[in-house]
Design a binder for this molecule. Structure first.
Ligand code: SF4
Length: 583
């Protein structure tokens, strides 16, 4: 049923209670990232630390969730353990559809459970169960136990954390339905701080589809565009893993802690090699006909008489970069084994790869010792990295505990900040040049998906600071709208503003259809304002020296140009987040 207000489930883990609230603001903030920021304004505490029990962990969906394909994301918002500021992370799987079937636009979780717990919520369900026996269990085996505890159909979504979340690693992730993640900026640690090992969202109600001819006709057309045109082909075929070879050729693939951007010997981890040798099948988020999730396998010998255990592991470009090229690992099987270990620990793979790459170079340079790293970290040595990932997730000693707070935290103690590949958080896999380094370093989520900075670098040789910053601000605004709709950003070539308007109209949100531009502006400003209120100052962001030493296809990075971009973009961000811009 279409409704103008938001239906918000508010859970208090300390009291073991849930209530349902109604909130306005749909025509200003739409849903997803806009709704999450609006709710943080109400329930968040800008002046208290991220692990204060009263801080909310927010999940929000959008007005088209369940109605159109690839409106598949849930936005998770929280105060991040990584920088103690407001943050967002996005994931798909079944989470968004389960929330729609569970009749909630948002779920807000406050408080801290007395004991390690699993929470199940739905339209007709609220259950908090003691799962102290799962303490220390990895994210995958935890999933199997939780699945048995809370049986359900395909309308059930299961979120859980591994040891890294329990240990409050600053880049612990939340595993969603095994193959998707709220990966970046530490949402898993927020669950850990709340003593919440697992969250099951039960789609235990239903929702009616719009009557009349307009909706089914439009659905059919969107479906056609997504499945029969070339727009989405690459995501189903090789998937984003196809970027490995392309970026390596372009000299934009970070290798060995970004000491190089190209390796002539990259064949072992290209998308083509992964597909030939390791790909088992494709999978998809609920309701997505594209199926970009590529699942390979690892195997372990578990008995001497050659009996093997096989496990399925999802891979894509970012994962291959993070535990492949960034660590100098060139074998597809080794890369998958590392991804599998990261999954078990419940860590964010990009931050894990970046942190271990820094630690390896720090060990090479004598800034840290093997007594601290516990294993002889060396680029290309996958077996050693597997052990190191476990040390990181389990906080085995002081060194790994510190490294699990972020590379710059460790560099602050041991030195080596110059070669820390950190752009707000450990970098994404695009060494494309000045605009991307600035965009990720200062961007709202410090994500390669905040704006198309990497694409701008590849298309523009000229150095025009104002044009580049205009592009970043406008592109971010359009993506902020898509993230309020909770569209998968892979579908951004399909969901134009016109199509979004038609889609909203067809399901009964005609009042929103004419307001897209103003909503996008509201959402962009509110997200920045919330970030600034929690302590962010874009002018203070520093881009480490390693990024200034990079050589791209355009030649060496131009430090003066990057500094001009950094200053100009920081000014624009702080203006967007200024209190006088409140709506
Ligand atoms: S394209 Fe991939 S990430 Fe996007 S909704 Fe489909 S399966 Fe999920």
């Amino acid at each position: 049923m279409i409704r103008d207000h938001f239906r918000v489930c508010l859970v208090d883990l300390s009291k073991g209670s849930m209530q349902v609230l109604e909130r306005g603001g749909r025509d200003q903030f739409c849903g997803g990232g806009g709704l999450a920021a609006m709710l943080f304004q109400e329930f968040g505490h800008v002046d208290r630390p991220w692990d204060d029990p009263d801080q909310p962990l927010i999940f929000a969906i959008g007005p088209l969730t369940g109605y159109f394909p690839l409106m598949s994301k849930t936005v998770c918002a929280f105060k991040s353990p990584y920088h103690d500021q407001y943050a967002e992370s996005h994931a798909g799987g079944r989470s968004a559809l389960s929330m729609r079937f569970g009749d909630m636009d948002a779920l807000v979780i406050r408080g801290r459970a007395n004991r390690l717990s699993a929470l199940a919520v739905g339209a007709r369900t609220f259950e908090l169960r003691d799962v102290h026996f799962l303490r220390g269990r990895d994210a995958l085996s935890c999933g199997r136990v939780i699945r048995d505890m809370f049986p359900g159909s395909g309308r059930r979504s299961m979120l859980r954390i591994g040891p890294a979340g329990e240990n409050r690693c600053s880049y612990a992730c939340i595993n969603v339905d095994t193959y998707r993640h709220f990966g970046r900026l530490g949402a898993g640690a927020v669950m850990g701080a709340k003593n919440l090992k697992a969250l099951v969202i039960l789609g235990d109600r239903g929702f009616a589809l719009p009557e009349g001819k307009a909706y089914p006709a439009l659905f059919k057309e969107v479906y056609r565009q997504l499945t029969t045109t070339a727009i989405m082909d690459k995501y189903h075929g090789l998937g984003t893993a196809g970027n490995v070879g392309a970026l390596n050729e372009l000299r934009a693939l970070p290798w060995r802690n970004l000491q190089q951007t190209h390796d002539p010997d990259a064949d072992g981890i290209t998308g083509e090699r992964m597909a030939e040798d390791r790909l088992l099948r494709n999978a998809a988020c609920a309701g997505c006909p594209v199926g970009c999730i590529h699942i390979g396998y690892v195997r372990e010998k578990f008995q001497e008489n050659y009996q093997y255990l096989y496990r399925q592991v999802a891979y894509d470009y970012e994962l291959i970069f993070a535990v492949g090229s960034m660590l100098g690992v060139k074998d597809s099987f080794d890369a998958l084994r590392l991804m599998d270990t990261v999954e078990l620990m419940g860590l964010d793979v990009m931050s894990t790869g970046g942190a271990l790459a820094w630690a390896t170079e720090a060990l090479e340079k004598g800034l840290v010792t093997e007594k601290q790293t516990l294993v002889p970290l060396a680029f290309g040595d996958a077996a050693t990295y597997m052990t190191a990932i476990e040390h990181l997730g389990r906080n085995s000693n002081e060194f790994y505990t510190l490294l699990s707070k972020g590379t710059l935290r460790a560099a602050g103690v041991f030195g080596g900040g110059d070669f820390a590949c950190v752009l707000g958080q450990e970098m994404a896999g695009y060494a494309t040049g000045e605009v991307f380094f600035t965009a990720e370093g200062l961007g709202f989520r410090h994500s390669h998906l905040d704006s198309g900075g990497y694409a701008y670098d590849q298309k523009h040789e000229e150095q025009d600071v104002e044009s580049a910053v205009d592009f970043l601000v406008e592109d971010e605004k359009s993506r902020a709208l898509l993230c309020a709709m909770v569209s998968c950003l892979f579908a951004r070539g399909v969901y134009s503003e016109d199509l979004l308007s038609e889609a909203l109209e067809s399901v009964g949100y005609g009042n929103l259809a004419g307001r897209l531009d103003s909503m996008a502006g509201n959402i962009q400003r509110l997200r920045w304002r919330t970030r600034v209120q929690t302590g962010y100052d874009a002018a203070e962001v520093h881009i480490p020296k390693r990024f200034r030493e990079v050589v791209t296809w355009k030649g060496p990075v131009d430090d003066a140009y990057m500094e001009a971009l950094r200053e100009a973009y920081a000014r624009r961000i702080m203006a967007l987040g200024a209190p006088e811009n409140a709506d």
